[in-house]
Each structure stands twice: as C-alpha cells, then as structure tokens.
Design a protein around this ligand. Structure first.
Ligand SMILES: [Zn+2]
Ligand SMILES: [Zn+2]
Ligand SMILES: [Zn+2]
Length: 462
C-alpha cells in the first residue's frame, strides 16, 4: 500500500464519516455536564511542524528546518516545504471543551474525527493544559471490557504475528510470542482480528460485571448505569451517580481489586460482627453487600480448610471449629463466631484475604482506577471499524449483535483493493454474510463491510 493510497483512503473515510455526522445529530449522546468534560480527538489528518533548529554535523553547525507547519492525509516523514527530516507529526487534538450540545455537534461535522473521546471526570476548566489548572471535580466510574484482555481461544484462529527480523519473517498464529522461535528476535508485526466468539466472551464478562458486582455487590440501580458497545472489540460500562463521583483513586483501586479477585485492602473488624472497613475514601458511598460477599468466600475457604497448604497458627483451631465458624458467617449480617477459640482479629483478616484470593468471584479484566481517563463518545463512529459506539440497555444486551446492530452505512457496493501480504486478511461476518479471507485482490463489497476493512487498514479505496 503506497502512502498515497492510504492518504486517499483516509480522506474517503473522513467524507463517509461526515455524511454520518451530518444526518445523525440525534444519535450522538451528549454526556451530562458537557461543559465540564475534556474532549480528545484522533484525527484523519496529520498536523506537521518543521521546527527550525541547529544540528551538528562533523563538528560544524548548520541550520535545519523552515519553521512551517501544515496538515497532510499522508503520514509524511520529511517536510513538504524544505525536505528536512525529523519533522514533528501528530494526529491528536486534546484539551478540547464544548459549551453546549450544539458546539459539539457542529465540531463533529466540521472536523470529522477518526475517533472522539471525553473524560469520565468533570473539571472546572476542561481546556486547561495541565491537571492542576483543570481542577478535578469528580469522575464517573468506568469499565472497559475489551476482548483484547480476555485471551479468548479464537485468537489462535484469527490473530497472527510476523517476525520483524528481515532475514527471518517467520509467521505464527495467535498472540505474538515473547521471542521468535526461529531467530529469538523480540519485535513483531501483529494482526488482531475480531469474531463472534471473542465478542461473546466480552459480552458475558460485561453481564457478569453488571449483575454480580454493580447491581448485587455494590447496590447500584439500573438507571445509574449506562452500557455501550465500543464499536470494536468490547463494551463499556459507566456508573454516573452522585455517590460515586467523588470516590478517590485509592478507593477505586480497591473496587478494582475486589472485582478482579485480588482481594480487598479493607480491614476486617472482628468485633463479633464481620465489618468491612475500606481503606480508601468512599465518601458517602456504602457497599451494602460487600460483607456478604466476603463471608461467602470465607465459608468456601473454611469448608476446604483441610486442603490449605499453609501452617499458620489459625489453621488448626479453625479446622477444629469449622462448623461454628461457617454457621456464624452464614448469619445475616455475618458473624465471626467467638466459639472459634484461638483465632483473633489479625488471623480473621488473613483468613478473609486468603478466602478472597481463592474463592472471591473474579473478573478477568484490567479495571482502571485512573480518575482522568477518557472514554468514547456514545453515538460517534469508531475509526478502527466504522461501527457506531452504540448505547444498549441491559435487556437489549442479551440479543445485541455487534456485527449487525452498530452498522450505519447503506448496502451500496464499494470497490476496494487488498495488497499482497504474507498473511491473508481473515474472514469477517457482517450482518448475515461472511466475507473473506482476502489477499492480493480487488472486490466489490457492501459499504459497511468495505468501510470496516478500510478502517482496519487492510485495504485501500479504488
Ligand atoms: Zn521545512
Ligand atoms: Zn524470527
Ligand atoms: Zn475471536
């Protein structure tokens, strides 16, 4: 693929996206308190700057660069004006703010980004360049469930890697290895794909997180939780309710640890009742059934205490008084039975930590505690696929089809070309048909499929 072909393709995609934004004002979801959010855009165009500077060559100094700047659809590496190498190139625009819904909608039609994100946080001055000046005023709690992190087995069917050592160029299926089995080289070009199976895994994890943790353990209401498909390989969940907004970063870490089964940093107060005291500042937020969840994990752990390998002081007394301990923990609220003699507060704490590590429900995902993170704007298009970032209700999620429901372009035919590659482009199911695999060919294909393959960087527009 020549840089020219790629530039032409980017321009074409931008025009297609523009049509969408022109006609879909109502689909774009304007986040609450839009004037307090920071926005960031990844652009189809690159901005380049040719900085005037002095370079030393063989002891003598010479002036390099012309000081000009401009934009380009091609990823250029030297200045179009003076030919100097080492220009600065950038396709991101950050620290953007919008006063109203109309300003945001106008910007989408005017700039037409590849992807648009907004902060989960609210700021006094969202457009300020640094965090101090921005003035943090709380943040939604957001979760990003991406097939990438779930290591679904289908990666071995559709992902591949190519060793970047020019003398080797070994190809393999699945995630890239640590080092090339042939030449021990450690850098690879990778092709990551998506299919029904990995997106089904992402959906299951999303439902588990939603039901088991957000509703059951944390006690949020359905109307405080917003769900959306990311437009690529996963789903997002955002919790926006007054009692979560000011929860600080360390308490968010604690929530994350709890969900991923890494245990709690909480202190277990063993004053008869099992009381869970989180170490972070949860503000007004109470986690209603957290003690229940921990107690359940402890019950499972105690039931299997004889299989526990440690030789801690509490193992024997706990093993001897299993039934009393389990009975106490089954109470509502759970009780740390005084009949379990020889097990003090410190020991109960260790038991709880062990129990959570072994039997705490866990979700395999990196939960962020970043209070400054950004998340895709609902209703925008994802420039990696051309699919819409689509809001879905919990009931819609069960039936949601990520390869049909977020399509926005008409079925008109598009002519696209695939260059010759060492690895063929895997097949993809879109709506009710499967397309591909492709390699070294030109095809006419329905627009949503064509746009997907162009966005993935697999083909160029004819
Ligand atoms: Zn220049
Ligand atoms: Zn190799
Ligand atoms: Zn897959």
């Amino acid at each position: 693929m020549s840089e020219n072909d790629k530039a032409r393709t980017r321009k074409f995609l931008q025009l297609m996206f523009q049509d969408y934004y022109r006609t879909h004002h109502d689909t774009v979801d304007i986040p609450t308190k839009v004037q307090n959010r920071e926005f960031g855009m990844e652009l189809w165009q690159f901005t380049w700057r040719c900085i005037e500077r002095i370079e030393k060559v063989n002891g003598s100094e010479r002036k390099v660069g012309c000081g000009k700047s401009g934009t380009s659809y091609a990823r250029i590496s030297s200045c179009p004006n003076c030919g100097a190498k080492g220009i600065q190139i950038n396709n991101w625009s950050r620290h953007i703010g919008f006063r109203s819904k109309d300003h945001l909608l106008n910007e989408l039609v005017k700039t037409v980004p590849h992807s648009i994100y907004h902060s989960a946080a609210f700021y006094e001055v969202p457009v300020a360049r640094n965090m101090m000046e921005k003035g943090w005023k709380g943040a939604e709690l957001v979760f990003d469930i991406d097939a990438d992190h779930l290591e679904s087995p289908c990666a071995y069917e559709h992902d591949s890697w190519l060793c970047e050592n020019p003398q080797c160029q070994t190809i393999g299926k699945g995630p890239a290895p640590e080092e090339c089995p042939e030449c021990k080289h450690t850098s690879f070009r990778t092709l990551k794909w998506l299919c029904d199976k990995c997106l089904e895994d992402a959906k299951k994890t999303t439902i588990q997180l939603y039901e088991e943790f957000l509703l059951d353990s944390f006690g949020f209401d359905e109307d405080e939780i917003q769900l959306n498909y990311s437009g690529h390989r996963g789903y997002h969940i955002r919790v926006n309710t007054p009692r979560i907004l000011e929860v600080d970063s360390s308490a968010r870490v604690e929530i994350a640890h709890f969900i991923t089964g890494m245990g709690m940093n909480s202190t277990i107060k063993a004053d008869g009742k099992l009381r869970v005291v989180p170490s972070g500042d949860l503000g007004n937020w109470q986690i209603p059934s957290l003690s229940r969840k921990i107690a359940d994990a402890m019950i499972l752990f105690i039931k299997r205490i004889d299989a526990y390998n440690g030789n801690d002081r509490w193992v024997e007394p706990l093993s001897e008084n299993k039934d009393a301990a389990i009975m106490g923990l089954s109470h509502d609220p759970p009780i740390l039975s005084h009949k379990v003699k020889g097990v003090g507060p410190k020991s109960w704490q260790t038991i709880a930590e062990n129990a959570l590590q072994n039997y705490g429900a866990e979700i395999d995902l990196p939960v962020t505690h970043d209070i400054h993170r950004v998340i895709r704007l609902i209703g925008s298009l994802n420039g990696k696929t051309g699919f819409a970032v689509k809001e879905i209700s919990r009931t819609e999620l069960d039936e949601f089809d990520p390869f049909t429901d977020p399509l926005v372009f008409s079925d008109e035919k598009l002519r696209i070309s695939f260059p010759k590659r060492p690895i063929q482009v895997p097949k993809i199911r879109i709506a009710d048909q499967t397309y591909g695999p492709f390699n070294n060919e030109t095809v006419e294909i329905p627009t949503p499929v064509g746009i997907f393959l162009l966005c993935k960087g697999m083909a160029v527009i004819e």
